[in-house]
Design a protein around this ligand. Structure first.
Ligand code: 5AD
Ligand code: SF4
Length: 438
């Protein structure tokens, strides 16, 4: 009888890729993936604690498993990810959900196999949360789930300590993989048919900082030099470390996508200072200017937070102003979420929920109108799409162009994983629809 696993992932791409690594470990142990948690022999929750709603979402889902565990006593429930790594949270989880079998931290992925084997031999819960920064493990064999795209970690952790952010506390200090290991993994991915590689790190621009390894732009150049047709992306870039050398690298290669995610967070200098972002709105605009000097058509996307402590109406207006000035291709917008243990959590001047709500609505409206403005320009144009998937509901294939814009199109044959030229007929909202052309 085969044994099955089911993984629920919360949060960012970093976690999505981490779940692929967990899947790799589980398949080495003889488990196979399944599509329904009710059929699983091991259910893993890879949690996120960056905002309160991600945390609550995980609590809700883990809570619902009590019944399943009562029905299937042999089911192993494992909880990992950022949430478990938060100070004291492993104990909270254990008390709240005593039927959870394994609780493991973000630094314990390397010995997840041992933890599962241990649990299979003992009745009581296995809880292992390491405080250390976590060793970099080079013999992981992720079970990738996002063909033709592949995630590739280049750094782990973060040293920036933005005052609102829990990541440095739960992911530890920044550490980089060796460039030769990264390049080898990229070569293997291209050789095995992946068509898009996204380099992952909390702050990719500070790759190899303080070591004798090559710089991030040089790493991009070397990966882009691998033979074969593929796209290269990276995320996330901290504006303070975004360099002219990086803009030049993007301009010089047709493999490096002209799309940069450059989180600004706020357009107000007072807020940026309180956030400990280490740049002003003017510095940010200067970086954008440098990027556009070398890559004029670059799609710039961003992250924005509203309702940071003491944010005034004027501060918020500065954010709207900066968003218009840059003309972001799209943006992730967040209401500030108070995270225990961060510097901002103890600041006076927390913003009432209704004020934050009304600000985020305005911001979303502005961001959407900018996105629409840019989408409309696509009508009648031909774009090269890397086909990623088939949308059963719409009966259409879908994929992205190098700028990250999603397009839908019909096709008689399966073209997932192929580069397809698509003539855009309709450009409504955020997505495009068109037809294949030769
Ligand atoms: N509240 C709201 N948004 C946050 N982010 C990080 N921490 C918080 C928080 N406490 C957002 C930032 C970051 C993105 C990944 O999540 O915008 O860039
Ligand atoms: Fe968090 Fe700032 Fe690090 Fe990004 S750069 S992970 S926002 S501390």
């Amino acid at each position: 009888m085969p044994k099955y696993f089911y993984i629920t992932t919360y949060g960012c791409q970093m976690n999505v890729h981490e779940s692929e690594k967990i899947a790799g470990i589980l398949s080495e142990l003889g488990f196979e993936p399944c599509n329904d948690i009710n059929d699983s022999d091991i259910a893993v929750f890879n949690t996120c604690c960056i905002r309160e709603n991600a945390e609550n979402h995980a609590y809700g889902n883990i809570g619902m498993l009590k019944k399943l565990k009562e029905k299937n006593k042999n089911l192993i429930i494992a909880v990992g990810g950022c949430l478990t790594q938060q100070m004291g949270k492993a104990d909270v989880l254990h008390k709240k959900f005593p039927y959870v079998d394994i609780i493991f931290g973000t630094h314990n992925l390397g010995n997840l196999k041992q933890l599962i084997l241990k649990k299979q031999n003992q009745k009581k819960a296995v809880i292992e949360i390491e405080d250390s920064e976590g060793k970099i493990c080079e013999n992981e064999r992720p079970l990738r789930t996002s063909y033709p795209n592949a995630w590739l970690n280049i750094t782990y952790g973060c040293n920036n300590f933005c005052s609102y952010c829990i990541v440095p506390y739960v992911r530890g200090r920044e550490r980089s993989r060796r460039s030769e290991d990264i390049i080898k993994e990229a070569e293997e991915l291209v050789a095995s048919g992946y068509k898009e590689i996204t380099l992952l790190g909390q702050n990719v621009n500070s790759f190899a900082n303080g070591t004798d390894d090559i710089s991030f732009p040089e790493l991009l150049n070397r990966i882009a030099a691998i033979d074969g047709k593929f796209r290269l992306r990276f995320m996330t870039s901290h504006p303070k470390d975004f360099s002219e050398e990086l803009a030049k690298a993007i301009a010089a290669s047709d493999k490096i996508c002209k799309a940069v995610h450059l989180p600004v967070q706020s357009g107000s200098n007072a807020v940026l200072k309180a956030m400990n972002r280490k740049y002003t709105a003017e510095d940010y605009l200067k970086k954008v200017e440098i990027l556009r000097r070398y890559v004029p058509d670059c799609a710039i996307t961003t992250d924005l937070i509203v309702g940071f402590p003491n944010e005034t109406d004027e501060d918020f207006e500065d954010t709207l102003k900066l968003v218009k000035q840059v003309g972001f291709a799209s943006a992730f917008t967040f209401v500030y979420s108070r995270r225990e243990g961060t510097v901002a959590a103890n600041m006076d001047g927390q913003i009432p929920e209704d004020v934050s709500k009304s600000r985020i609505m305005k911001l979303i409206e502005l961001v959407n109108s900018l996105t629409r403005e840019q989408t409309v320009k696509y009508a009648g144009k031909s774009v090269e799409i890397l086909c990623e998937d088939f949308d059963k509901k719409r009966g259409l294939y879908l994929g992205r162009d190098e700028y990250g814009r999603m397009a839908y199109f019909p096709s008689d044959k399966n073209v997932i994983g192929e580069f397809v030229n698509v003539k855009i007929n309709s450009a409504n909202g955020v997505s495009l629809t068109g037809e294949k052309v030769d």
